[in-house]
Design a protein around this ligand. Structure first.
Ligand SMILES: [Zn+2]
Length: 121
């Protein structure tokens, strides 16, 4: 699994990005427990009024979180590169943030935003 940087126009920006994979086993356990936990909680609280909101909200929240976590592929590690716009060094320490389709960083020199992309392979 590799990551790359792109500017706003979609051009490649040469950079070295550390990728921290998220292990599948613990992730699956979390996804299942959230999905099932929401349903079980929702059914359990159905005996406590008001019934309908809990019966819908808890399983929905559990499933929503489960889908979110299931979509997590990797964490973004340290990023090293050079800003193509102002030539400043991009040197970000790892923040341990989970990568998403909307992972952006900013050049410290010119505030130009760059998108962190997951590259195949
Ligand atoms: Zn810059």
């Amino acid at each position: 699994m590799r990551m790359g940087l792109r500017d706003r126009r979609g051009s490649d920006v040469p950079a070295q990005i550390d990728v921290v994979p998220i292990p599948e086993g613990p992730k699956l356990a979390k996804v299942l427990s959230l999905g099932l936990g929401g349903i079980i909680l929702g059914v359990a609280t159905a005996f406590i009024p008001p019934h309908v909101p809990q019966l819908i909200l808890l399983p929905s929240a559990g499933l929503f979180l489960a889908v979110q976590i299931n979509g997590q592929k990797a964490k973004v590690g340290a990023i090293h590169g050079t800003c193509p716009k102002c030539q400043a060094a991009i040197d970000l320490p790892s923040e341990g943030k989970v990568w998403s389709k909307d992972s952006w960083i900013r050049c410290a020199g010119c505030q130009e935003p760059y998108r962190v992309e997951l590259l195949s392979g």
